[in-house]
Design a protein around this ligand. Structure first.
Ligand SMILES: [Zn+2]
Ligand SMILES: [Zn+2]
Length: 656
């Protein structure tokens, strides 16, 4: 008999050779039916994974988050199997899961897969799924023999993979077997885990197909990568497809054209953004907010140059680990580097004179524009660029100040993302295997980060060992209006730069001590954040950010003068208003303003002119009625000042 532990600490005894499936059976028939995989000592395994004495075992059902990955990876096998059965001679490469789905890289001879092939492939996958073929883990007894077999049958990709692992203690295949006869129908070289059998796959959809080089290397053959997704429930597939559709509609590159937001011009170069007036207005508002909040929260604002001598980047270490991302130039026979980061400059400001403990924490912030080399072909709208502005800050503090500094940064992030009605997830990444600095400092710092997160009451995930070599970090992943997540804010501790630049402060006891350095960004980069906002709002920016806040729509030419007067009044009060003086009818003018997502329209006719009023229309609520101009101005100013919350609620018929 062996004894295993359940997550709640209870122990179960089973006969030697029992599997997780047997354990499920022992616990109860309900669990035996629901279980589809297991987690043994923290690793996700097959349901039929043999257990050993002392194992801690958790049974996975479709309700567990980890179960989707098992489903999707198994679905990848079924996809490859289906393509191979439809196009005999197809060679299979690898089929990992990705966010929201999976893919398989296939070498299909003499046929280019297109979405037209998808129904056929899906039908074949359904057929395989219905058969309930059993996934069986199988340790290869003679790797050399199997390698020879792969080579002979032309499975060159599998052969290459096996070659790589041939010295491993165990290499496994997964065989699909007929549930009744036990006959092997298909197999794939894989370490698993997988579903108990193919019948668990019910809800899936092929998404797209694209070329992909074997091992991502252009010197290798081009394979066909089929992307797909799978969920436990058809309604989740539908919801996902709907989200994808919505994402396509909101694609910021597409909306950029519709609303004249930004462009990337061939003559300038890829990954370099021209901010057109409309998006520049959004950015200006973000920057205004940013500056004001930094002042309120005790930061200093600095400006630093775009280039610096190579020596600086030698000291900071960038020439060692970041050279291929940096642009260099020569001035007066000296090598200069365009800054990929702002940190060394802020470090030098700190170092420009002797610092006392009284000055700490010192918080230096900058909207710093940096340039980083990205491979051509990897650029993507505002999300992946070669030049961008970080809303950067570096905090220099004592070890015991980390916690309160981090709490403040978390509050800053939280306050900011709330403005945009965005939720976020938090991840803490801890000490990796290779690290610089002292282990006690790391431990104290990580402890401070945890305490800060807990003090603020945030739930967070821990990515053990995923921190940078120079310090632990906290990442914030925001969720947009359609539930997608985006990387934005980060807080990164740094034990390396203070060391490299020999930073010191004079402590109470007169001793020189090393400060802790914290890098942090709230928006991340203004480019990426603006791109996220465009998609989040689908172009309909809230009033405080809207490039044009008010469209003044005169009904006839005789109302033009009054319209111009209103425009002037609003503009002088910094409300972004514009008269539509075209000779179109009022219906068309309203339509244009609606399409341009202008938050407010003021319709000006005889009655309004006579009474000194404006007839207010909101882009989402429609007509709000007529009010004195002064009242509208007050309300829209309040709405702008409240950064987002709509307060124009016109009218309790103020005028009669
Ligand atoms: Zn597999
Ligand atoms: Zn930095």
């Amino acid at each position: 008999m062996i004894t295993v532990k359940l997550p709640d600490g209870t122990q179960k005894s089973l006969p030697e050779g029992s599997t997780a499936a047997d354990l499920a059976q022992l616990i109860g028939p309900g669990l035996a039916r629901a279980a589809m995989a297991s987690v043994v000592n923290g690793t996700v395994r097959d349901l039929r994974f043999p257990l050993t004495e002392g194992d801690t075992v958790r049974l996975l059902t479709t309700k567990d988050a980890e179960s989707l990955e098992v489903l999707r990876h198994s679905a990848a096998h079924i996809l490859a199997q289906a393509v191979q059965s439809l196009w005999p001679g197809t060679k299979v490469a690898t089929g990992p899961t990705v966010e929201n789905g999976f893919y398989y890289d296939l070498d299909v001879p003499n046929h280019k897969l297109t979405p037209e092939d998808f129904p056929k492939i899906e039908a074949e996958m359904q057929r395989i799924a219905k058969q309930g073929q059993v996934f069986e883990r199988y340790a290869i007894p003679d790797i050399e023999a199997r390698l020879a077999e792969f080579k002979q049958s032309g499975e060159r990709y599998k052969a290459e993979i096996l070659e790589k692992y041939k010295d491993s203690p165990e290499v496994t295949l997964y065989r699909n077997k007929d549930a009744k006869t036990g006959e092997e129908i298909w197999f794939d070289l894989c370490e698993g885990p997988h579903l108990p059998d193919t019948s668990w796959l019910k809800a899936f959809k092929l998404m797209s197909v694209a070329g992909a080089y074997w091992r991502g290397d252009a010197k290798n053959p081009m394979l066909q990568r089929v992307y797909a997704t799978a969920f436990w429930d058809q309604k989740d597939v539908d919801a996902y497809l709907h989200q994808m559709e919505e994402a396509e509609k909101r694609d910021h590159r597409k909306l950029a054209k519709e609303y004249d937001l930004f462009s990337i011009e061939e003559e300038v170069g890829s990954g370099l953004i021209l901010w057109h007036p409309n998006l520049a207005t959004v950015r200006e508002e973000l920057e205004n907010y940013w500056r004001k909040e930094h002042r309120k929260r005790g930061y200093e604002i600095v400006f630093t140059p775009h280039i610096a001598k190579r020596d600086l980047w030698d000291v900071s270490g960038h020439t060692g680990f970041y050279m291929e991302n940096m642009y260099t130039m020569e001035i007066d026979e000296q090598e200069y580097i365009v800054k990929p980061m702002n940190c060394p400059f802020h470090v030098l400001i700190f170092k420009s004179r002797i610092r006392s403990y009284r000055e700490l924490p010192l918080r230096l912030s900058e909207l710093g524009t940096v340039y980083r080399y990205e491979k051509s072909g990897t650029m993507h709208g505002l999300n992946r660029v070669r030049g961008f502005t970080q809303d950067d800050a570096h905090l220099f503090c004592r070890l015991e100040q980390i916690r309160s500094e981090i709490v403040d940064v978390i509050r800053f992030v939280d306050d900011t993302l709330k403005l945009f009605n965005m939720q976020f997830d938090v991840e803490l990444s801890t000490r990796p295997e290779k690290f610089v600095g002292e282990i006690e400092v790391w431990d104290q710092a990580e402890q401070a980060l945890r305490e800060a997160l807990e003090e603020y009451g945030l739930k967070y995930e821990v990515n053990e060992g995923d921190g940078a070599f120079y310090g632990p970090k906290i990442d914030f992943k925001l969720k947009d209006a359609i539930g997608r997540t985006w990387q934005c804010s980060t807080v990164q501790l740094d034990f390396n730069l203070p060391e490299r630049f020999d930073l010191k402060y004079t402590d109470k006891d007169g001793q020189h001590k090393r400060p802790i350095m914290i890098h942090r960004a709230i928006f991340g980069s203004l480019e990426r954040f603006a791109g996220t906002l465009i998609e989040h709002y689908a172009g309909a920016f809230p009033t405080w950010l809207a490039p044009q806040q008010v469209a003044i729509l005169p009904i006839a030419d005789r109302h033009l003068d009054y319209a111009a007067e209103i425009e002037k009044t609003l503009r002088e009060q910094l409300v972004r208003a514009k008269v539509d003086s075209s000779n179109e009818g009022i219906g068309a003018k309203i339509r244009h303003a609606q399409l341009a997502k202008v938050p407010y329209m003021l319709i000006i006719g005889d009655k309004e002119l006579e009474k000194g009023e404006v007839a207010v229309r909101n882009r989402s609520k429609g007509d709000l009625g007529a009010v004195p101009m002064k009242l509208f101005l007050e309300q829209i100013q309040a709405e702008i000042a409240s950064a987002g919350r709509e307060v124009v609620t016109l009218p309790e018929k103020v005028s009669q």
